[in-house]
Ligand binder design. Structure first.
Ligand code: GRF
Length: 199
């Protein structure tokens, strides 16, 4: 069966990577992870990939003088592995327009809120959940979207909502949202894979 070749970019724990790894284990799932790239050598996600015998490398941004050199190193690996879709999963570097334009419609991201609300530069990790609680939202959730140079503004692919409860803390809300991301991300990748493989 023909499958869409994925690269997953991480910076940390990689629980969304794990959700994608688990989905790809099903023989009918239309995508396979060919490569995992972390910009941090200590990212636990690298171990998750190695445990599953998936090629995983660190391209440490600190070792490059410029953003362009770092991103050239990323592009080189992507070309080498014939990647069809790049999944950002807790990747904590903002990519430049040059890089994004080199991979048009081939980069997607998961964001832990219901975009277009609570997105943009500085809206990551606990900052997002703090802002959602402060705004007294009744709902939050996860958004999977295409990546364009404007941060968190690309076309939505899928969204899943979760309730915000009265006594929620940043921790309790973030746990509920990330569980939603783990369901949604593999579904969104599947949707894209089926569309692209049928063309
Ligand atoms: C996710 O909530 C993602 O939306 C955000 O960072 C978190 C990554 O978690 N950008 P993990 O590394 O996949 O566990």
């Amino acid at each position: 069966m023909e499958k869409l070749g994925l690269a997953v970019f991480i910076s940390g724990s990689g629980s969304n990577l794990q959700a994608l790894i688990d989905a790809c284990k099903s023989p009918e799932y239309p995508a396979q992870i060919k490569l995992v790239i972390s910009n941090r050598p200590d990212a636990y996600g690298l171990e998750r990939a190695q445990n599953e015998a998936i090629k995983a490398i660190c391209i440490d941004h600190k070792k490059y003088k410029t953003r362009a050199e770092f991103e050239n190193a990323l592009s080189e690996e992507l070309s080498k592995h014939k990647i069809d879709l790049i999944c950002l999963a807790g990747f904590m570097r903002i990519l430049t327009a040059d890089f994004i334009n080199k991979w048009p419609n081939k980069i997607i991201n998961t964001h832990p809120a219901l975009l277009p609300k609570f997105g943009g530069e500085g809206m990551y990790g606990e900052h997002v959940h703090r802002a959602v609680l402060k705004a007294k939202e009744k709902e939050s959730g996860a958004s999977i979207h295409f990546v364009i140079p404007e941060v968190d503004k690309g076309q939505l692919i899928a969204q899943g909502t979760v309730p915000v409860l009265e006594n929620d803390t940043i921790e309790s809300l973030s746990a509920r949202v990330i569980a939603q991301e783990h369901i949604l991300y593999p579904q969104a990748v599947k949707k894209i894979a089926l569309e692209r493989l049928s063309k």
